[in-house]
Design a protein. Structure first.
Length: 369
């Protein structure tokens, strides 16, 4: 039988000889040239080891990249070859490597790292992912059993989600009126601009400072009353033309709120961020920042994000309390749109009343995590 070189078989043969098996027997059993075994025993490096310095991404970083790809695939987001290459390029730049990745880099990467492979991603029909079915939810809970999460304690689990609210919140629809009338009318509160709030809670019951996204171009100081200056020092505010979140704002939240908090509290160890599959959580910059700072992203199945802890146990209570607080303001009593000053103060009161340890831990329990 002609000798066929296979790196894995060769390593097994070398280990067998080191454990006492005769070299001739090991070479015959694993079909490996004896000269190769002899060179390895004499400390002569393999061609692969000799050429490691020529790799654009050092071998230790490649292993880290492979482990990250495997871990994120288990947690609900298998990176595409394109995204893998982008992250690899950033790894190479961060390590100071002057080499660029060629068009076939991923092929060589897969051959060097047999724990990963490329597979065709099959799209699911909308009907299969529409709603929190038992099958979809079980997929999420299966991810909680992934080995990447086994050593991570509950206090290092976080959930981020966004809540939308209009700047005008209506009062109750029921009123007291003449019993002889069939219907009555009440002036509706003026519809206001859309505001998005990014909130993040830990499974331990902690709430990180929020990020409020206003509709506009720039955050203006007159939105906050002077007498309340200092109440929002740890909060973050941003603006977009539509008042929604974006990839850029999610990245700012990660760098300016989440990462400083977890690195200050836990040091350089892995944490878990439970989130939905919105593009702001799966774009290249967000993925790279999470990998660089030891953050696993744990994803829900599509159209199942409404069963996150924030959604099932926090946002409903927050909106109800906010509505009550706005109805107590002069604008709420007059049925006009509240100012941004009134809005942010009412949200602060609602948030302090709702976001306690008991409410947050109950939310995680309700979500089943």
């Amino acid at each position: 039988m002609p000798l066929v070189f296979d790196e894995n078989r060769a390593e097994v043969a070398v280990r067998a000889v080191m454990l006492g098996m005769p070299m001739r027997q090991a070479a015959r059993k694993w079909n490996i040239d004896r000269s190769y075994i002899r060179r390895r025993l004499n400390g002569i490096p393999t061609r692969k080891e000799t050429n490691q310095h020529l790799q654009a991404v050092p071998i230790n970083l490649e292993r880290r990249l492979a482990n990250w790809a495997i871990g994120q695939a288990r947690l609900g987001f298998a990176p595409s070859i394109v995204k893998l290459k982008i992250i690899a390029e950033r790894m190479a730049q961060a390590s100071g490597s002057p080499r660029s990745l060629g068009s076939q880099w991923h092929t060589r990467f897969l051959s060097r790292n047999e724990a990963v492979k490329s597979a065709r991603s099959l799209p699911l029909s909308y009907s299969r992912v529409n709603g929190a079915t038992a099958v979809n939810i079980n997929r999420f809970f299966d991810r909680l059993e992934a080995p990447e999460l086994a050593a991570i304690t509950p206090d290092r689990f976080f959930n981020i989600d966004e809540m939308g609210m209009a700047q005008g919140v209506g009062a109750d629809q029921f009123v007291i009126t003449d019993a002889t009338l069939r219907q009555t009318f009440k002036k509706a509160v003026e519809k206001g601009e859309w505001i998005t709030v990014l909130e993040c809670i830990s499974a331990e019951g902690e709430a990180l400072p929020p990020l409020l996204i206003w509709k506009g171009t720039h955050v203006q100081s007159q939105w906050f009353p002077d007498r309340n200056r200092g109440l929002f020092e740890d909060w973050r505010f941003s603006c977009l033309p539509n008042g929604w979140t974006s990839n850029e704002i999610a990245l700012k939240w990660l760098h300016h709120l989440f990462l400083p908090h977890v690195r200050c509290r836990f040091g350089n160890i892995w944490v878990v961020l439970v989130c939905d599959g919105h593009d702001s959580h799966t774009n290249d910059d967000f993925l790279w920042a999470c990998l660089s700072n030891k953050v696993w992203l744990l994803f829900y199945e599509p159209h199942c994000s409404h069963v996150q802890p924030l959604d099932v146990g926090v946002f409903g209570l927050l909106k109800k309390k906010l509505k009550n607080e706005l109805n107590l303001t002069p604008a709420g009593r007059l049925g006009i749109k509240p100012s941004k000053k009134e809005m942010v103060l009412a949200y602060k009161v609602a948030r302090e009343a709702v976001l306690g340890v008991k409410t947050i831990t109950n939310a995680w329990a309700t979500a089943g995590i």
